[in-house]
Design a protein around this ligand. Structure first.
Ligand SMILES: [Zn+2]
Length: 257
């Protein structure tokens, strides 16, 4: 990922997703209005932060991109594998954990604090997507289903897709219980050895590797992995686990302009 700054915010974009006409940004927690423990660019409206600050943060985010609120596509994230196809702006009317679109002028926005942001660009058919994958979305294969939905809706050939896995909880910070281990083993079968790391402290889950395997299983060849752990870097990112649930949500966005 490449780091860059605007007047207020500190952002990243993926090197391999830089195509003309594609806006893609992962916002850090810097540059917003919120006070601790949400400081400062918190986009989460259900985490106890002052609503006027969250609204102001969204305005700061939009201004930094040169976008307006009328362009936003937002969904209610519920740890599912539901993929929403957006042709119009949406204000969290639908529940889902992936959004795809081939409509220029729309800004797809999702919120994160440890769950994995996954961005998708089909430069052949001019289509984009974004997915939100915690352990539940991961074992439900939301990243696989996003690729399939782009094939169905836009004629995407998975081998043409460029995908990227953003800052999220890394395996070093993600010890999981027996129930999660079982779900991963059921879904990933012989590949679960690459995803579950067993050591003296228990079993750690590598969500980056799991989603990469799901993407490659859908026929994707290009997968950029940021390998930035939110738990290791709470100065820049919100981490639900490392900050004991008292934290905000950072935004990832993608759109065709
Ligand atoms: Zn870590």
């Amino acid at each position: 990922m490449i780091s860059y700054k605007t007047n207020r915010t500190k952002n990243f974009k993926f090197e391999t997703l830089r195509f003309p006409g594609v806006i893609q940004t992962i916002f850090t927690r810097h540059g917003g209005l919120s006070q601790a423990p949400w400081a400062s660019l918190n986009l989460g409206g259900t985490v106890g932060d002052e609503p006027s600050h969250v609204k102001g943060n969204l305005e700061i985010l939009l201004k930094s991109l040169g976008c307006r609120s009328e362009q936003l596509v937002q969904v209610r994230q519920i740890h599912s594998a539901n993929v929403i196809v957006a042709n119009n702006p949406l204000d969290a009317i639908y529940q889902g954990d992936a959004i795809i679109s081939d409509t220029p002028g729309l800004l797809l926005l999702m919120r994160f604090a440890d769950c994995v942001p996954i961005l998708f660009v089909d430069p052949v058919n001019n289509a984009v997507g974004i997915a939100h994958a915690g352990w539940q979305g991961t074992v439900k294969q939301v990243s696989f289903h996003t690729v399939r939905a782009m094939e169905t809706n836009f004629g995407t050939n998975p081998s043409d897709l460029f995908t990227a896995i953003g800052p999220s909880i890394g395996p070093d910070h993600y010890t999981v219980g027996a129930d999660v281990v079982k779900r991963v083993e059921d879904v990933y079968a012989d590949k679960s050895d690459e995803i579950l790391i067993k050591d003296d402290d228990g079993v750690k889950l590598d969500l980056w590797k799991a989603n990469e395997i799901s993407l490659r299983g859908a026929g994707v060849r290009n997968v950029e992995v940021s390998e930035i752990c939110t738990g290791c870097n709470t100065g820049d990112w919100y981490s639900h686990r490392e900050e004991n649930g008292k934290t905000g949500r950072f935004a990832a966005v993608i759109g065709l302009m």
